[in-house]
Design a protein around this ligand. Structure first.
Ligand SMILES: [Zn+2]
Ligand SMILES: [Zn+2]
Length: 331
């Protein structure tokens, strides 16, 4: 009987180390030793829930179940938000299993385990081999943050001739800049102040616009796409005038309340608001290969995988001080 050390949320928001007892491996399940986990904004949302936290996992296969076929002991793998799906509905059959009605997602299913842990057990079908030139610490934030921004760009057919706006330079935004730039797009980064300008340009941005206090924004080209990577909803009256006709807006960060946007500029510009969610397995593996080929990697701050380490990392993320993704590493 495998016993997993996990780190859970609690009603008062503190982090508690705990044990999860699991039956012996069955089907295509695989036992993993966790080697790194990213800390995502969504983990903050669940810290008051009685559930194991973490969904940007990287680990090494220690044991495989009786029907596991392509994972073997010693393989280095990652996993993210989705752990299972029905496998036979129209969404699954068309490679869009993230929209399967029976999807098993972080926060909704398998609450007894996560990537803030020493071990985990998942179906091999939902694990991704990590390319050799991506370290564990670099690969972890790609499992949710990287997958989320890459999916928005790749799934909706971004063209290299387009101008992509990215607002917010945090865990998601700093990866989105790299992916969009390596896809060949003109990348315009918007942030409240100039503070992160040098870093954004180094990551591949072509232009940088500070928004705080601005009455209007000036860009060299209107935006064909805008990836919203801010923790709060942006100031839409400022942004709508720089959107190209027919542009698409992708709200990627989780926010409370309704999505509100100026009505007339949406209609007159023929703007699309596109919901988008992590990545299907097909897109996820392509994302990892693309990142490995183009040396795309997150900028990370490491913390120990302990109650104190997780607490400290969460406090830093909550304050907006993380540069740019926290990664927890078992001691
Ligand atoms: Zn996430
Ligand atoms: Zn399905």
């Amino acid at each position: 009987m495998p016993s997993l050390t996990v780190f859970k949320g609690t009603s008062d928001g503190s982090i508690k180390q705990s044990k999860t007892e699991k039956p012996e491996l069955s089907g295509d399940q695989v036992l993993l030793k966790v080697t790194a986990s990213g800390l995502c904004g969504t983990d903050l949302h669940y810290r008051h829930a009685d559930m194991a936290l973490g969904h940007e996992g990287v680990g090494v296969v220690e044991e495989v179940g009786p029907q596991a076929k392509y994972m073997k002991k010693g393989d280095r793998v990652g996993w993210g938000y989705e752990h299972d799906c029905c496998g036979h509905c129209q969404q699954c059959l068309t490679g869009r299993e993230t929209f399967c009605a029976e999807r098993a997602m972080y926060g909704y299913a398998d609450l007894d385990q996560g990537s803030f842990a020493h071990h985990a057990i998942w179906r091999e079908a939902f694990l991704f081999k990590i390319p050799d030139n991506l370290s564990d610490e670099a690969a972890a934030p790609l499992q949710c943050g990287g997958a989320t921004v890459f999916n928005a760009l790749h799934m909706y057919d971004t063209q290299s001739t387009e101008t992509v706006g990215i607002i917010g330079i945090g865990g998601l935004g700093h990866l989105a800049i790299q992916f969009a730039a390596k896809m060949g797009c003109r990348v315009i980064v918007l942030s409240s102040t100039d503070k992160k300008k040098d870093e954004a340009m180094k990551l591949g941005a072509h232009e940088f616009v500070a928004t705080k206090g601005a009455k209007e924004l000036k860009v060299s080209r209107p935006l064909d796409r805008l990836l919203v990577c801010t923790s709060a909803q942006p100031q839409w009256d400022l942004l709508m005038p720089i959107m190209a006709p027919g542009a698409t807006i992708y709200p990627l960060t989780v926010a409370e309340g309704d999505f509100a946007i100026p009505y007339m500029s949406l209609l007159l510009g023929g703007i699309t608001i596109q919901g988008s969610l992590v990545a299907s397995r097909y897109v996820h593996q392509r994302m990892l290969d693309f990142a490995a080929l183009h040396n795309i990697a997150p900028i990370v701050e490491k913390f120990p995988m302990t109650e104190e380490g997780i607490t400290e990392a969460m406090a830093k993320l909550d304050k907006g001080d993380m540069r740019y993704r926290g990664v927890l590493v078992p001691q």
